[in-house]
Design a protein. Structure first.
Length: 152
């Protein structure tokens, strides 16, 4: 008897999972929003994230004026030629200042988060979280290292 109850209990769960998968498949894959410019990317963000992105944008302009602004992977990005070096990602409640080759950066203040092969980011929830000296140093290192696929 107990076995029969277990089987019937699993069937509704399997059906629900199958229905959810079909519904997701019917919608198609989620598409990354495309922006032609950094300014258009910025304009689409929520006001609290816009304030943080503007502050980070000023910091990047001061610390690495040789980088050009652009958009890659649906996020604001700073590039050295065609090579993305750093990016900003607007998440609910914070933004991330990310570094494409961040795993190779020296991070004495342990600001960087992430565990992938290359990318690391610093979460920024409020303007006071922006450590200008530390962020600028991370950015200078990132510029010197370049993009992992393009190298230096």
């Amino acid at each position: 008897m107990a076995t029969a109850k277990k089987k019937t209990a699993k069937k509704p769960a399997k059906k629900a999972a199958k229905k959810a998968a079909e519904k997701t498949a019917a919608k198609g894959p989620r598409k990354m929003k495309a922006f032609a410019t950094f300014d258009l990317y910025l304009a689409e963000q929520q006001p609290p994230q816009q304030r943080l992105i503007r502050a980070l944008r000023k910091l990047v302009a001061r610390a690495a004026p040789e980088l050009q602004e652009g958009v890659k992977w649906g996020n604001g990005c700073w590039l050295d030629g065609k090579a993305p070096i750093a990016y900003v990602y607007a998440a609910p409640g914070h933004v991330q200042l990310g570094f494409v080759n961040g795993a190779r950066l020296d991070d004495p203040k342990a600001l960087l988060r992430g565990a992938g092969r290359y990318v690391r980011h610093v979460p920024v929830a409020k303007p006071a979280d922006i450590d200008e000296g530390a962020f600028a140093e991370l950015l200078r290192q990132a510029v010197a290292l370049g993009h992992p696929a393009f190298g230096r």
